[in-house]
Design a protein. Structure first.
Length: 148
């Protein structure tokens, strides 16, 4: 086949270091727009960005020329530098991340899930949400190494 084609939809989740609540409502809106810009700049198609005070969910189509690790590095490094210019001088993301593939039939429900983070976290903490995401994806975690 002379052409390389892909449509890999990815749900990326990562938190602030020690789940510090740096992502206030005002900064979140700007941050989400900035993350969309980073994704576009590296050839990934943003679908939905959301999150809460201590974490981010990014739903996007992975560029066929990028590895997941490259995308995560670009997104986290670029946004961390940007957040520091916005006055969050000691800002840092956690070292790790979680990533899930999303089938085309589940994109709409995942978009709704990412959009609904504010309401969702009125009753569920990020730690409990993360545990549930891992369980649903059948990913075993060792909690001694998940939280930093």
């Amino acid at each position: 086949m002379p052409q390389s084609l892909s449509n890999v939809i990815v749900h990326l989740v990562f938190s602030t270091k020690n789940r510090t609540e740096w992502l206030t409502p005002k900064i979140r809106d700007e941050l989400f727009a900035y993350l969309v810009g980073i994704l576009k700049d590296i050839g990934c198609t943003p679908v939905q960005v959301g999150g809460h005070v201590d974490h981010v969910h990014v739903l996007f189509a992975l560029a066929r020329t990028r590895s997941m690790a490259q995308v995560v590095e670009e997104v986290k490094t670029g946004s961390s530098k940007w957040l520091k210019t916005k006055g969050v001088s000691s800002f840092a993301w956690q070292v790790g991340y979680a990533v899930f593939s999303v089938s085309m039939t589940d994109v709409d429900s995942t978009v709704a899930y990412v959009r609904n983070q504010e309401e969702h976290h009125k009753v569920v903490s990020f730690i409990d949400e993360f545990r549930a995401l891992m369980k649903e994806a059948e990913i075993e975690i060792d909690e001694r190494y998940v939280w930093d």
